[in-house]
Design a protein around this ligand. Structure first.
Ligand SMILES: Cc1cc2nc3c(=O)[nH]c(=O)nc-3n(C[C@H](O)[C@H](O)[C@H](O)COP(=O)(O)OP(=O)(O)OC[C@H]3O[C@@H](n4cnc5c(N)ncnc54)[C@H](O)[C@@H]3O)c2cc1C
Length: 626
């Protein structure tokens, strides 16, 4: 009980307030005769927890309600639904399944044609964005913003398609201005993203698992050659050699997609490649590099194609010298700019970075009768079926479940941009080639949590702004400087409130890929909010209590974003095919099925919003020419 109190588990704002508020809200809605399942179901409150304020309140990751529908799909509860038994309520030119960046961009490209198409975008979450959503949390009157998943934005190369695309949606700058320092003490080089920068002010923590129950925090560990680390000489040498990433990339990065080097990498695991490239042991890869290595693909390096670590740089090079950027809430910025372009009054004001980041979304404006593009949330598509044989049908029927009812819409075309994990369940009559292709797509889970703290003195006073650890819950945290066009103040000091972002992946190296995914997802979905909250509080206390951190005093709120199907995790052979068979992504990209084309970042095998956009462009072109 004392421990419970000292962790602040009984403190205000987080879980307890949320649960109380949920019960009050449920009672109120009941009195009005409204009974949305997720509000009334105490299991939903215990699972979703506090979700912050603003546009994304109640839309933190895969919420309980979204998951229930998803599981009905997975458990084939809808296979008996005859599409022809659900009368269509509307007819549109194109239905787009999925309101993430890829689905939204698909709708946009279909507006930019000689004959703009009327589109209906259906998404299972309460608001558009998919993995590109944000959390907003108010701390001491200040509105703090963080990414629910998709974070990094890459300044495009001049002359590239993206260099034209971003300004066309109002993103007229690709190097942002960030908070400037106004602390009374010396400035620390705080990064621009929620990820580790590895520079001055970084740190490593070693605790019980390394024989240091009292804990050791090493400041600038790489620069100081891991001095004082509880590691043997060989391990220390190997860990230091993992910092040579740029040399290794320069040596091993393939020159072109599909060249001999790329194919060789795709035929082996990332773990085997890294052992060869850095000259280190499997144990070092698993203990010190995973899961950050392979983090962009969500699993242990032993399960991934080695090419997964290079594909983005081979196919999507960018202006590296200008450095990676991040919108206030991550790539929600891109999603919001697309929506602002599609439905200008969905976000008030102009399409400037500032107005789009600060304005509030009008959900009503997104789905108005007669509008050329309509975007509808809480709509889980359960079936997509041609009216007759796919090669001759004039239309496609789309059935979706919304607020407890099945509804249908008739369309001339469909773009399935929701992702492989549902596409394979919903498209009826999918040819064997496409079924086999989708069977090779594995999406792994991730948890992105935000802990809002009143200040980060406990880091600053130790001379650090980021930390990595190798035991317990999560792996790292980093304070970030926010771009100044978002809400919040233009300056940062150690006394400013900040959001600490935890990205938790679920690798279990040594297990087969499917097992790693199943184990991770089972844990992600079975763990109540309160338990994750406790683990976060304990982890922070374990590492930073000796530096003055007090969970009870310092933590204001915890928001969880659970993603059951976060990352596509490409196994060896994913990119160029196995045993002479075509790569699964190529099957889906090259061959629309009748009037149905396939988008989403996962078809590229590269989890990146640029793939979402480029795959949308290709799918839209297939619809237009089809
Ligand atoms: C933790 C994490 C961090 C990331 N970080 C970055 C980053 O830093 N930079 C970057 O560029 N990319 C990043 N990504 C990659 C991310 O995948 C893309 O940036 C992009 O957001 C994906 O957009 P999408 O539209 O392709 O897919 P999604 O965002 O997954 O959108 C698909 C939408 O369709 C919905 N849907 C699925 N099935 C159905 C159905 N049957 N009916 C209705 N709706 C359905 C889904 O729920 C979702 O809302 C990250 C991904 C993760 C998981």
């Amino acid at each position: 009980m004392t421990h419970h109190r000292s962790l602040g588990m009984d403190a205000r704002i987080t879980r307890r307030d949320f649960l109380d508020a949920a019960l009050v809200a449920s009672a109120g809605l009941l009195m009005q005769g409204v009974a949305p399942a997720d509000v009334l179901d105490p299991r939903a409150a215990a699972f979703d927890g506090y979700s912050g304020v603003g546009d994304y309140a109640g839309a933190n990751g895969n919420t309980w309600a979204v998951i229930q529908e998803g599981h009905r799909l997975r458990d084939r509860k809808f296979v008996s639904v005859r599409v022809s038994d659900v009368p269509p309520e509307e007819t549109v030119d194109t239905v787009i399944v999925g309101g993430g960046i890829s689905g939204l961009a698909s709708a946009l490209f279909l507006q930019r044609t000689a004959r703009p198409r009327q589109c209906l975008v259906l998404d299972d979450h309460p608001i558009f964005g998919g993995l590109a959503k944000s959390n907003e949390i108010i701390v001491d009157g200040e509105r703090l913003v963080g990414n629910q998943a998709s974070a990094l934005f890459f300044p495009p190369l001049p002359g590239s398609f993206l260099a034209e695309f971003y300004p066309s949606i109002g993103i007229d700058r690709d190097i942002f201005d960030y908070q400037t320092w106004n602390g009374s003490g010396p400035e620390l080089p705080v990064g621009r993203t929620c990820y580790l920068s590895g520079g001055r002010g970084s740190s490593f923590y070693f605790g019980k698992a390394f024989g240091r129950p009292e804990g050791t925090l090493l400041v600038d560990p790489i620069e100081r050659q891991l001095e004082g680390a509880p590691l043997g000489d060989d391990v220390r040498r190997e860990v230091l050699s993992t910092a040579r990433e740029s040399d290794v990339r320069a040596k091993w990065q393939p020159k072109a997609h599909g060249d001999e080097a790329a194919r060789r990498l795709d035929a082996m695991t990332l773990e085997d490649h890294v052992m060869e490239a850095y000259g280190i042991s499997r144990e070092t890869v698993r203990r010190f590099m995973s899961p950050i290595l392979g983090g962009g693909s969500g699993l242990g390096a032993d399960a991934l194609s080695a090419y997964s670590d290079y594909a983005a740089d081979v196919l999507l090079p960018w202006r590296y010298a200008d450095g990676v950027q991040m919108f206030p809430g991550g790539n929600v910025g891109v999603a919001r700019h697309i929506v602002k372009t599609l439905v200008p009054d969905a976000i008030p004001g102009s399409n400037s970075l500032q107005d789009v980041a600060r304005g509030h979304v009008s959900l009503a404006a997104l789905d108005r009768k007669g509008q050329h593009v309509r975007i509808r949330g809480e709509a889980t598509v359960i079936a997509v079926e041609h009216e007759g044989p796919a090669d001759r049908a004039d239309a496609v029927r789309v059935v979706y479940s919304r607020r407890g009812r099945l509804r249908a819409v008739r369309a001339r075309h469909v773009i399935v941009a929701g992702g492989s994990w549902t596409a394979k369940h919903i498209v009826r009559g999918l040819p064997e080639s496409h079924q086999q292709a989708y069977a090779q797509f594995v999406r792994s889970p991730a948890l992105v949590a935000h802990v809002a703290v009143r200040n980060w003195r406990f880091l600053y006073d130790r001379g650090i702004h980021e930390c990595r650890w190798f035991e317990g819950f999560g792996n790292f945290l980093a304070v970030r400087r926010l771009p100044t066009f978002g809400p919040g103040r233009p300056t940062l000091s150690p006394d400013s409130p900040v959001l600490l972002t935890f990205k938790v992946l679920f690798p279990s190296p040594g297990d087969p890929l499917d097992t790693q995914v199943q184990k991770g997802r089972a844990e992600l979905f079975a763990t109540p909010y309160v338990e994750y909250e406790r683990r976060l509080r304990e982890q922070l206390s374990m590492i930073f209590a000796s530096a003055g951190f007090d969970a009870r005093r310092d933590i204001v709120a915890v928001v969880l974003n659970r993603w059951g199907h976060a990352y596509l995790s490409p196994a060896p052979g994913f990119f160029f095919g196995k045993n002479g068979a075509p790569a699964p992504g190529d099957v889906l990209r090259d061959q629309p099925f009748g009037r149905i084309a396939f988008a989403n970042s996962d078809v590229a095998g590269i989890m990146d919003h640029r793939s979402s956009i480029l795959e949308a462009k290709r799918a839209a072109a297939q619809i237009v020419s089809g």
